[in-house]
Design a protein around this ligand. Structure first.
Ligand code: PGA
Length: 253
């Protein structure tokens, strides 16, 4: 956390939630956010596509932002079942997650595609949350720095800056497992990412870009993680599905 960067607490609902669950969760978050006097964080939820409109309505003017979990690299056209950045923006989204490890694994997305999606998000007026992170094997082989550096360089589109880009460092082996790297290990990767951003965007932009940690973040470990010098919030899966836990994480900022 740094004075220069306002923490972002982002919830990735993944493929969870029917209408009633989504509305109840969004309603509870909106209520807590309205009651929070001068919160020290930005809050974002990324529900499944089916809930974007209704969750957006439930969030209303609460200050909780709306985002999606993916977008297509093209602006429009013959891409059955895909959703463009313009469509997301049109429905009230300000953010979109791209390159989540589950997309990279389930749908074979590579850095080049992630970069194209992030570029499309940018062109559509959205902030792209670009996800990167090593697998357990890569960490065991001592390749974490190499993998993270190359994913960052390969996924960052031209024109990226602090206003349209957030990076999420999510070690694949920490997602949904209850395991996390040590605080020192998290900080050293975040510092490496900041350095990579500095080379790509210049020091001023790099200093302003928010770098989130993701992977088994919960109220119990959030405070220590968010206190790290180059951690500017979290991308939260499981714990974002309960208003109490998600808000608990936010309040540790
Ligand atoms: P988790 O997921 O918090 O459930 O580990 C994080 C993510 O995949 O973004």
């Amino acid at each position: 956390m740094s004075q220069n960067r306002r923490p972002l607490i982002a919830g990735n609902w993944k493929m969870n939630g029917l209408k009633a669950d989504g509305l109840a969760l969004a309603g509870a978050l909106a209520e807590r956010m309205r009651a929070a006097a001068d919160p020290a964080f930005d809050m974002l939820v990324c529900p499944p596509f089916t809930l974007l409109a209704s969750v957006g309505d439930a969030l209303g003017t609460s200050g909780v932002a709306l985002g999606a979990q993916d977008c297509h690299a093209n602006e429009k056209g013959a891409h059955t079942a895909d959703i463009s950045a313009a469509m997301l923006s049109d429905i009230g989204c300000g953010f979109v997650i791209v390159g989540h490890s589950e997309r990279r694994t389930d749908h074979g997305e590579d850095d080049e595609q992630v970069q194209a999606k992030a570029g499309a998000a940018q062109a559509g007026g959205l902030t792209a949350i670009i996800c990167i992170g090593e697998t357990e094997q890569e960490r065991d082989d001592g390749k974490t720095f190499e993998v993270v550096k190359s994913q960052l360089a390969g996924s960052l589109p031209s024109g990226a800056d602090a206003s349209n880009t957030v990076i999420a460092y999510e070690p694949v082996w920490a997602i949904g497992t209850g395991r996390t790297p040590s605080n020192d290990e998290v900080q050293e990767v975040h510092a490496l990412i900041r350095d990579g951003l500095s080379q790509a965007l210049g020091a001023d932009q790099a200093d302003a870009v928010r770098i989130l940690y993701g992977g088994s973040m919960k109220p119990e470990n959030a405070k220590d993680l968010i206190a790290l010098a180059d951690v500017d919030g979290g991308l939260i899966g499981g714990a974002s599905l309960k208003a109490e836990d998600f808000f608990g994480i936010a309040e540790s900022c």
